[in-house]
Write a protein of this length. Sequence first.
Lengths: 402, 538
Amino acid sequence: MELFRNTNIDFLGKKWYFLAFSLVFSVAGLLSIFFWHGIPFGVDFKGGTLVYVKFAETPDLNQIRSAMDRAGLKDPKIQRYGEAGNNEVLVALEQRETSESALDQGKNTIIKALETSGPQQEGKLDLNNTGPSSLQQYLLSKDPLHLGGIDAPAKYLVIAQQIDDFRNKQHGGVLQSVSDLKGVVPAEVLEVMQGDFYTSNFAVRNVEIVGPQVGGQLRKQALWATLYSLAGMLVYLWFRFELIYGVGAVVACFHDTIITIGFFSLLNKDITLTVIAAILTLIGYSMNDTIVVYDRIRENIKLLRRENLADVVNKSINQTLSRTILTSGLTFLTVLSLYVFGGEVLRGFSLALVIGILIGTYSSIAVAAPMLVAYQEWRAQKTGRAALPAASAPREKVKAKA
Amino acid sequence: MIKNQTIKVVIIIAVLIFALFGIFGIPQSFTPSGLLAALQQRIHLGLDLKGGTHLILQVQVNDAINADTDRAVERLKDDLKAKNISYAEIVKPDPQQHPDVVIINGVSPQSIADFRSLVSDRLPDYDLTSGANNSFTVTMKPSIVKDTKAKAQQQAIETIRNRIDQLGVSEPVIQEHGLGDYQILVQLPGVDDPARVKEIMQSTAMLEIRQALGGPYTSEQEAMQANGGILPPNAVLMKGKNIGATGQQNADQYWVISRASAVSGSDLRTADAGRDENGRPDVKFTLTGEGGRRFAAFTGAHVGERLAVVLDNKVMEVATIQEQIHDEGRITGAFTEQQTQDLSLTLRSGALPAGIKYLEERTVGPSLGADSIRAGIRAAIFGMVAVMVFMLFYYKFAGINADLGLFLNLVILLGFLGFTSATLTLPGIAGVILTIGMGVDSNVLIFERIREELRHGKTPPQAVDQGFKHAWITIVDTHVTTIVSAIILFLFGTGPVRGFAVTLSFGLLANLFTSVFVSRVIFDSILSRHQRGEALSI
């Protein structure tokens, strides 16, 4: 089976369409960055508090919102998270609600607000929001098994971990009542726990709190990483080809980065640390695609000395088109699988890859390759001489290999 | 040719066995559960997959500098007194921003020479500069400042590690966090109540024994009034904590406490929970030689006055000094047994030399981690099956070749992870999935080239040879660029992102082997069985 056999599409003839397409997307993204959503940095970069809560039954967002209002939290972001059946809610606080001196104050306020709005029992501990080490501490202080000795902490830690495991693995994090623990822990332990614990209707699944200092640090770091990455590519291509190839490829990658970030801005999706990782990977991927085309151009310049550069580039794109579409298609397939099945935590990451692979493939055909021709024409005009394919002739050592 | 081919096949099988050993080690049993247990032992999961607590904290290194300069001020005062050098006052103008600067005002003109020689003699770590009106500035030497700060961070790491070790957490990470100054990264797998962790780490904050100059007062105002509206320069106001006294909520107490400490946490040798003569829980401690000498000098000079045990800038206890104490002491109060145990643990692991501030806190519940693993594996399987089916469909027989390579690629990648005990994170799983997509790229490059050569009328052996030869340069270029971005990711990234960079790099390296070497061997062995002129299934 073959999909693309001897295609002969005049890609360079369509360069104005390409330019228009790229401009529309970059400008839309840039407009959104500068005038609409800005760069929607996630909690990693701008700091703040995220608390992911799982409820026993379908959560009522209005009720949660009013609980937060009563607790004095200023406009927290409250939204459903993940699959509907999971009953999960994300409560997000802005940086200004994250106090510098007590980092977890926002989180504690949220949990307290949720506890007071649910079925509460005065003076009792909430079993669903007590972690294993706190449980161990509680059991040590009560000593229901009358262990007393040196090994009591270790033994109670085992019991605490059993409770934690049972709660998380069998009940998805939320127990209905303390007596669910029957058979999981010794009867004596259950007996004292029934007196001191109750079960709320929610459990905190995941917390992210980032102070302002770390956020600023990471922003700077991400910017440098991206720039270093682009510079590294430029140097490598300069070394392997000619400077103009490097410039063309880096412009294409920059184009991809701008459009991907622009997309996130348009959709107002959070740019987290993993999204930056995805973007850096895309720089590598887009470069990869561009190199395949460039390699073929280099080879063809040598073979087809009498044709002009535009024709050579066109021919090279067509010859590699089958490969380009196939591998992008296959990578896209895996990334799509990641987006659809990979779960909520990776959603932003895989979205960046989905967008980036489409744009990266497009840019190596529509941006990087035409740039070579444009440069050639500009040079010819400036120096008044005819276009010189030899200007991008392959280096000697490559000739020897081929 | 055939012999050569045999060697290559042996190499491939050896790599496969090596990789499998990397993944499973030598399993106890070859049942599915035995293999799974072996796998879990070899492949380390990141915090985001198995759940746990991640904290980034910053050591307030200026505290350590302040403690040093405070001690220097006390020493200077004593020495000046001993040498009869008079002065107006000794102050620290800006303890917050410049904890390393001490100013001595109004040194009597006739003793300036004595003063200079005394400072250079007694405070070798400080530089002396003179100002107007017989005032002098003593500044800690920059190299000493740097040293003290680095030591404070190092000691904080050690202290936290000791404490965490005693908690019994498996595979904790406590290390310098390279992203910012004096930051520490703490990762505790399986611990999802950071409040308790912080309680334990926080309570290690500074322990000191200081002089109690006045109190207790019921409010700040009362304390100020008792001192004529202004505190003595060498004193600070501190809250007293009514620890112990279980159940009843006592009103806050305030104390006027000396600024300098007689001994600090680093002078402590041992501490043990015990009971006093009346059977009440208490904590007994002993001091190091140097600390003991200082403590003896302090208690000897202040018999009849009061000392305060200060923990984390809170007065824990105030006691009257009955007699000179050398290197042993006791902290008593209305403690519960649990509290004395906690306190002695705190003291034993050495108090932190400086306060800490939390910069970042992340908790991943174990159920979320398990969900993430499930989702990641599901995505990997779907992605892999889709790619494999497509390759079979599109390249027919050669598709099997690619699929075998892909499978081997994954096995080698996991083997790498097992051998290097690198950590597999959720983005790391994504890296594995991406490797499937990118890895197949090399196969496509080669196969497309072979097809092209075939179209140009080459025989199958020639086409295969040319195809591999031409694609090789391109494959190296594409791999280098991707690995360059992965290395930059590794250098700049933290935890989960690093895991991604690692799997992506390993995956691509393994891919060079499978898509070029292994695939070529398979092609060659097919071709060697071919009749002349028979078409290649590609």
